[in-house]
Design a protein around this ligand. Structure first.
Ligand code: ZN
Length: 459
């Protein structure tokens, strides 16, 4: 379970790397298409082996069509003196995403329907887009709006273009030996906001880097990074046979805030990925907020759709929809830190470890208890393993013998290590270590739980 324990100092280097990426990626103007996405992916490719794929404008993808590519060079509103009072170059959230080109002088009254602000958050610039209805607009803080002259005339320039081009996605498939495949997906279409979703881009990239360095993977891990909705639908349409085979996955989103961890459950509620995430949190001593599955949120809407039915969960830290700064300019580099990203990375990594290490075992000595003493397995290691934290009223696994008892008791070829960790309340890493020892003593052997679903023979 390397890298999976949250402790001060253990994630210092990763937190620093994540912080550097945050600072580099934050200013880039990303959208569902365009150079901002390509520039972002080029930076992330310095850290992990992302592979780029592009789908041309006009390509039919199920019920959708790949849109034209958005090019934006500059945009501003200037007052009568020519002074830029709203400037895209200062903050790309000022321009409504996918705004069509405009070059005009207009009265405040003509301009007003194109201005978006948040009266309840007077210092925040909101994030707005208009991908599929040709439109234009500016976002500004309520305070900025108050400084505009209702009788004034303004110069409005949007130096943009909608052209035939492509939609850019990235993926990387790390092959495993089991024949089972899991998905880690994140979205790269949001401009300058740190939690939504630079956090997802950075945590996914560092996870990919970590898994790519492992000498051996039990399962295949498919990483994808794409614009939300249209990107996921486009990717599914271009990879349908492989995606129909994915057993479960994660959408990595909004995981870098200062607030509490949260978990959005999969539509299956108690799938292996849900249980792996629960064990990861339990073993880290963290109680996350729980969010029931709903067909909203991010790209689980696509991955869990009837044709694919991939159960998808999300570990968040200040989940989308839930934090005050969501979809505003206040979701910035003061709100998200590299260390919060490192903590989220550790939890994702721990959940992946549970999935990677999980196996089904069968006792080679099923007719009662094995005699541990003659194998040197009893009883010298009391207290060597972790105990339940104070105040935790789950059954306390005090020593290795208790874990041996649970594992041997459940090792009927039907229970896996996740079952054993749940029933015994033992830490998953301890269950893995003790099970390995029992295999060495030829008290356990590995079996396929369901040969068709989980061909574990190769492991
Ligand atoms: Zn969002």
């Amino acid at each position: 379970m390397a890298g999976s324990v949250l402790s001060p100092g253990s994630n210092g280097a990763i937190g620093a790397a994540a912080g550097e990426l945050l600072a580099r990626l934050f200013p880039i103007c990303r959208s569902i298409t365009g150079e901002g996405v390509r520039e972002t992916l080029a930076i992330l490719r310095e850290h992990a082996p992302w592979r780029i794929e592009e789908y041309r404008t006009g390509t039919r993808v199920y019920d959708w069509t790949v849109p034209r590519e958005w090019v934006v060079r500059d945009a501003w509103i200037a007052d009568a003196t020519g002074r830029r009072i709203i400037d895209f170059r200062r903050n790309n959230l000022h321009l409504v995403g996918y705004s069509i080109p405009v070059r005009a002088r207009m009265t405040f009254q003509e301009l007003r329907p194109h201005l978006h602000s948040l009266p309840a958050m007077p210092d925040a610039v909101p994030y707005r887009t208009s991908y599929y209805a040709e439109s234009w607009g500016f976002c500004l803080s309520e305070r900025q709006l108050a400084t505009l002259d209702p009788h004034g005339v303004y110069e409005v320039v949007i130096d943009s273009e909608l052209k035939d081009g492509a939609l850019t996605v990235a993926d990387c498939v790390l092959p495993g030996v089991s024949g089972r495949e899991f998905l880690i997906s994140t979205y790269c279409c949001h401009p300058s906001m740190a939690n939504d979703n630079l956090s997802g881009l950075i945590v996914s990239t560092l996870l990919l880097r970590e898994l790519a360095r492992r000498p051996r993977l039990r399962h295949t891990w498919r990483f994808v990074m794409l614009p939300e909705t249209i990107g996921a639908i486009s990717y599914l349409a271009h990879h349908e046979p492989e995606m129909r085979n994915v057993a479960g996955g994660f959408v990595v989103a909004t995981c870098g805030g200062p607030g509490r961890f949260g978990v959005k459950e999969s539509f299956l509620v108690n799938h292996l990925i849900d249980r792996a995430v629960s064990i990861a949190f339990r073993d880290a001593g963290i109680e996350p907020l729980r969010y029931a599955f709903a067909p909203n949120g991010s790209d689980e809407r696509q991955y869990s759709a009837p044709a694919f039915r991939i159960p998808v969960t999300t570990i968040s830290k200040d989940k989308y929809y839930e934090y005050d700064f969501y979809h505003t300019s206040l979701d910035d580099l003061d709100f998200v830190t590299g260390h919060a990203l490192a903590d989220s990375l550790a939890l994702y990594s721990a959940a992946i470890d549970v999935i990677e290490e999980n196996r089904v075992l069968r006792s080679c000595n099923p007719h009662g208890e094995p005699q541990l003493g003659r194998r040197g397995l009893y009883p010298q290691i009391g207290g060597a393993l972790h105990q339940s934290p104070a105040g935790d009223n789950r059954p306390c696994v005090e020593n290795e013998v208790d874990l041996i008892s649970w594992i041997m008791f459940l090792a009927d070829g039907k229970h896996d290590l996740v079952d054993m960790a749940e029933r015994s309340a033992g830490r998953f890493a301890d269950i893995v270590a003790v099970a390995r020892k029992l295999e060495q003593h030829e008290l356990l052997e590995e079996v396929a739980k369901d040969a068709a679903e989980s061909p574990l023979a190769a492991s």
